[in-house]
Design a protein around this ligand. Structure first.
Ligand SMILES: NC(=O)c1ccc[n+]([C@@H]2O[C@H](COP(=O)([O-])OP(=O)(O)OC[C@H]3O[C@@H](n4cnc5c(N)ncnc54)[C@H](O)[C@@H]3O)[C@@H](O)[C@H]2O)c1
Length: 352
């Protein structure tokens, strides 16, 4: 360190898996802590930087920083969203890298896969909401959308609602539904999976928990399919008809001030004057901190919309890094062995 050595830990997705970081409980707890820290003004959270390469497909790379002041860690998520990847290449839409730096000297401490973290974060936020807002005895979960977010969401929902026993799935193609079932059934062997052959009504009607996680931009979920007592987690953009939010007894967001400026269904409703600030019951942190009640009856329909708060990704990344470090997993790499002008061989390299 004396000569200015800078070393960080590199954590691939395999490293994170091996270290036990695919851990829903850990993600839920880190997400909760992150939300509370932000609420207490202990997080620096500047505006994200967005670079869009194709307006039509919305192919983009975003840069999302956040600092946890108490933990003295500054992180950034560098995330690519290429919605056509599943169709064009049969691969994932989202991929991410996360860098964590300490803020004493400002040196990086970790460079890690951010895809696992990012996807777990989305699911953890849904899981956190379900923990407070879904009926504890929920048995049937329905999905419209069967991509990466849907898969992760199912795991988080099963974790917080262990009585779930039937999962119905609707995607754009029946093949995708089958793939979802092929990948998910070994992970939750006792779950009964139902492929709906692209029938949204079959997936959602009468389900206790309803999830939409699509790239559709269309009102796929109908209000009449949502029974009293159900919980709905909305993940994508425009996915449900306006009547869904209208009929819900409570609308809860990850952060309404952020949601209302985006393009989700309830953001559209707000911009069209069909939804007002006072129609939003709470942000999830208010419920986590006990400032507002969660579910209060067996008949309430509850709507949860998360737009994604990237400081929560950094909170989860810190938890993953700590877990990997405790297990001594990851590759230690030198960023620099010494300060530039302390390098005894520098003469060989300098070109004037
Ligand atoms: N809220 C958040 O924090 C957050 C974070 C990440 C991603 N997202 C969003 O979540 C959504 C899903 O992401 P993903 O990575 O799972 O995408 P993906 O491309 O892997 O999956 C999209 C799914 O939508 C389905 N779909 C599209 N049109 C449909 C239709 N008409 N009927 C039924 N199903 C249809 C596809 O079949 C596919 O299963 C995207 O809109 C993404 O932007 C939200």
């Amino acid at each position: 360190m004396k000569d200015g050595r800078i070393q960080f830990t590199y954590l691939s997705q395999s490293d994170l898996l091996e270290a036990g970081c695919f851990d829903i409980e850990m993600a839920l707890s880190a997400a909760e802590k992150g939300l509370i820290a932000y609420y207490k003004d202990e997080v620096l959270f500047p505006e994200k930087i967005v670079q869009i390469f194709n307006e039509e497909t919305q192919e983009r790379i975003n840069c999302l920083p956040a600092t946890f002041l108490k933990e003295k860690i500054c992180g950034v998520k560098w995330v690519s969203v290429f919605p056509m990847n599943p169709v064009k290449y049969g691969t994932q839409n989202l991929s991410a890298v996360i860098i964590l730096s300490e803020i004493e000297k400002g040196y990086p401490v970790a460079v890690m896969d951010g895809t696992l973290c990012s996807n777990i974060r989305v699911a953890a936020m849904g899981g956190l909401a379900a923990k407070h807002l879904a009926k504890k005895d929920s048995e049937v979960i329905g999905f419209i959308g069967a991509g990466e977010q849907a898969k992760m969401h199912l795991l988080a929902m099963k974790h917080v609602l262990p009585k779930l026993q039937e999962c119905r799935v609707c995607a754009k193609t029946a093949r995708e539904e089958e793939q979802f079932i092929e990948e998910m059934s070994p992970l939750i062997p006792k779950m009964k999976f139902v492929s709906t052959k692209t029938d949204g009504k079959k997936a959602m009607e009468g389900a206790d928990v309803l999830i939409t996680a699509t790239s559709a931009q269309a009102p796929l979920l109908k209000a009449e399919w949502m029974k009293p007592g159900s919980f709905y987690s909305h993940i994508g953009g425009w996915e449900d008809e306006y009547a869904v939010a209208k009929q819900c007894d409570k609308i809860v967001c990850d952060d309404w001030e952020t949601v209302k400026h985006r393009t989700q269904t309830i953001s559209r409703m707000y911009k069209e004057g069909l939804l007002k600030d006072e129609d939003i019951y709470a942000n999830i942190v208010d419920i986590v901190m006990g400032k507002k009640k969660g579910r209060e009856s067996d008949t309430e329909r509850i709507y949860f919309n998360a737009v994604g708060l990237s400081y929560v990704d950094i909170a989860i990344a810190m938890a993953m890094f700590n877990k990997a470090r405790a297990a001594d997993i990851g590759q230690k790499l030198d960023l620099q062995e010494r300060m530039i002008f302390k390098n005894p061989k520098l003469g060989q390299y300098v070109k004037l």
